[in-house]
Structure formats: C-alpha cells, structure tokens
Write a protein that binds this ligand. Structure first.
Ligand SMILES: Cc1ncc(COP(=O)(O)O)c(C=O)c1O
Length: 378
C-alpha cells in the first residue's frame, strides 16, 4: 500500500450531511421526548412498514435484542433448528433464552439452511426453525414453511442482512411468523445501532411492544417479564433521514456489485455466486469463493489483501458451531455440516458500500488478479 492510499474497509456507513440532521435534533431538544415510543419512533415504524411493504414493524435498540424478544414473543422453548453459517448473534439469541440450537447444513445455491436436511434434525423438543437470509439471499422459504406447517413449528427468520430484498414480487420479510432486522452501523440501512421485528398482525405487534418495554401495558400493569429493547428518539430520527437516501444507496451498491462481477469473471479460481433468482438483491455483501484452482489459499489471499490495505472479512468463518459454547453439541460436528464448512474455508467478503469508488475497486481486483504470495514484513 503506498502512503497516500487509505485502507479500504469491508464497509463504510452511509451518512447524510450533518446539517440535514440538525432540524431533527432541534425537534428532540424542543419537545424533550428522548425515548419510550416518542413521535420519531412512531413515524419510523410507519415509514419503514410502508417502504418495506410489510404490515407491522416494532423498532428495537439492536437486532440481537429483537431476536431474543422474537423468541420470547412466540414462547419458543426446547430446541430450534438454525444455520451455523451466520453471525454469532443468531445462535446466541437462542442460548440467552435457554434454548438449544440444533445446527443443520446449508444448501449450495442459497448459502442458507438446506430444507432437505431439516426434517432429520427435528425431535419432540423442536419448537421452531430460525433460518438466516445470509447476505440477504432468500432462504428456500416455501420448502421451510411447508416443513414447519407439517410439524407444527414456528419460523423466525434472522433477516439482519435482508433489508429491502424482494422475492417473487413481495418483500422477503413477509415470510415466516416473524422476521428480524438489524440496523447496525455496518448494515445496508443503519440507525447507528438498531433493529426491528416484522410481523403481520396487530395483536402480535402489541405483544412485542409490551415485551420490549418491560412488559408494561399501562402505568400500573405489567403483563410479562419484558426487557428494555426500545429504540431511542435520536436513532429513530436518524432512521427517518436515512430512509430518504436508501434508494440511491441501494442503486450504488448494485453498480458496485455489477462492476466486481464483470472484473472478477476473468480470474480463474475466483467464483462470484450469482444473485438469487426471482429476487431483487440489496447487495449488502459481496462474497467470493476462493477455489482450489486459484494459486493462493483463501487465507493467503485474505492476508495479501490486508497487506495492500484492503480489509476484507471472512464472513462466516469460523462457523458459529465452531465457537466454544457450541462446538461440543452433536449437531456442531463438522461431519454434520460439510457444505457450511467448505464455504467457511473458502469465502471472502470484499468491500462493498455506496461510496466505494471505481479506482478503489480496481485496486482490490488488481490484488486478486496478481495473486502473489504474501511477504512477511522484514
Ligand atoms: C445475521 C445476523 N444476525 C444478527 C445480527 C445482530 O444484529 P445487531 O448487531 O443489530 O445486534 C447481525 C449483525 O450484527 C447479523 O449479521
């Protein structure tokens, strides 16, 4: 990396001009409502439901609390079938609820739970499936929901990556009993920190809203052992402003993804999984697979990128099932998860964000094209 070249990180949050945020802050300072479902919170819930094409949204302070509350709201217990190829929060939300995660392998086309392997993992203790729309790529929702219906299981999608993804003409978030979003700084749509539960009926939303506010339904009545999961007014106001720019941000991501695809097509040993059929993607991540016919191993290429100032990430390596709190579970055995293991050993997610410049992309592709081995600094 030459001196004038700045590091290129896996992502960079999209921020509006600071002046644009000032009127929102002024309003908060004027009305002195900082949280507890204030006006910005209510506006953002409605604006997001309209934008995403879903019925009801409950805002949270982050996606992990939203996942944990989603499980509580459906009173999930026992065992839940989930994907090892995800961010740890997916399985952690189960452990925090005293639920045992049961890992099932992923399918090659989707990177998501393989429906053909779910039934074999169902036991009398299984109460739900928690699939992940990894990288925003749709799960095989029809097959998953058919299994769930046959066995009387609930489906909670970890849709942390799936903001704005459409599938077969509708929002991907309309599937399952609940879908959970993350608005973390690294996500396509961010509110600094934040998250949401999407549901399809008013009664469920009311219940979720009670749970995220300690279980209060009014000043003197507590109906459940709830938690504090509420999004603050400052985050909600910021979300409203972010929403104004989201279409442009998604378009820019699409352009970045197309450019990578064109440029990387000519490099033997580097696979770019095609966009999912029938889906409008959000290009939240740009995964490549480093195949055996590429001259360097995945880890050597990852290090070569790093030495050139390109901070890519190996999402999702290690697998969740390889972390200490999971690895002794029978379902966590690598032999049970061959495809997830293969993906985890080959994947690199390249930098992608709306402001990523063509010259920066050229720099990234050039490192991959040159495929030199890494030199240890002297
Ligand atoms: C798949 C997945 N699930 C859950 C989460 C947790 O979301 P948050 O960071 O908003 O708590 C994340 C991201 O951070 C994620 O990538």
């Amino acid at each position: 990396m030459s001196r004038e070249e700045k590091p290129i990180y896996i992502t960079q949050p999209t921020l509006p001009a600071l002046e644009e945020f000032m009127p929102y802050l002024q309003q908060i300072w004027d009305n002195k409502i900082l949280t507890n479902g204030g006006p910005f919170h209510r506006q953002l819930e409605q604006a997001l439901a309209d934008y995403l094409g879903v019925k009801y949204i409950s805002l949270f302070s982050n996606g992990t609390l939203a996942l944990m509350t989603a499980l509580q709201s459906l009173r999930i217990t026992g065992e839940v079938i989930t994907s090892p190829y995800s961010f740890v929060a997916t399985a952690h939300s189960l452990l925090w609820n005293g639920i045992k995660p049961v890992f099932v392998d992923i399918a090659p086309q989707t990177f998501n739970l393989d429906p053909a392997k779910i039934e074999a993992a169902i036991t009398p203790q299984t109460t739900a499936i928690m699939p992940v729309h990894c990288y925003g790529r749709p799960c095989d929702v029809a097959a998953i929901e058919e299994i769930a219906a046959n066995y009387g299981l609930k489906v909670i999608y970890d849709a942390a990556h799936a903001f704005g993804v459409n599938y077969q003409g509708n929002s991907l978030l309309t599937h399952g009993d609940l879908s959970v979003l993350s608005f973390h700084a690294t996500k396509v749509f961010n509110t600094f920190e934040g998250g949401a539960i999407v549901c399809s009926d008013a009664k469920t939303k009311r219940h979720i809203d009670h749970l995220k506010n300690f279980g209060f339904i009014d000043e003197v009545t507590v109906v459940a052992a709830g938690i504090n999961g509420k999004m603050s007014e400052i985050n909600a106001a910021f979300g409203l402003l972010q929403l104004k720019n989201i279409d442009a941000a998604l378009d820019q991501r699409t352009q970045v993804a197309h450019r990578y695809r064109e440029q990387l097509a000519a490099i033997a040993g580097i696979d770019c999984p095609p966009d999912a059929p029938d889906a409008v993607a959000n290009h939240s991540y740009f995964p490549i697979l480093v195949q055996p016919d590429y001259p360097l191993s995945r880890d050597v290429l990852f290090e070569a990128l790093r030495q050139s100032g390109i901070i890519a990430r190996r999402y999702f390596y290690p697998l969740i099932s390889d972390f200490p709190m999971y690895r002794n579970m029978p379902s966590a055995a690598r032999a049970n998860l061959p495809l997830a293991g293969k993906m985890a050993d080959r994947v690199i997610c390249l930098p992608i964000y709306p402001e990523l410049q063509a010259v920066q992309q050229d720099r990234i592709v050039e490192v991959i094209r040159l495929a030199r081995s890494v030199t240890t600094p002297s």
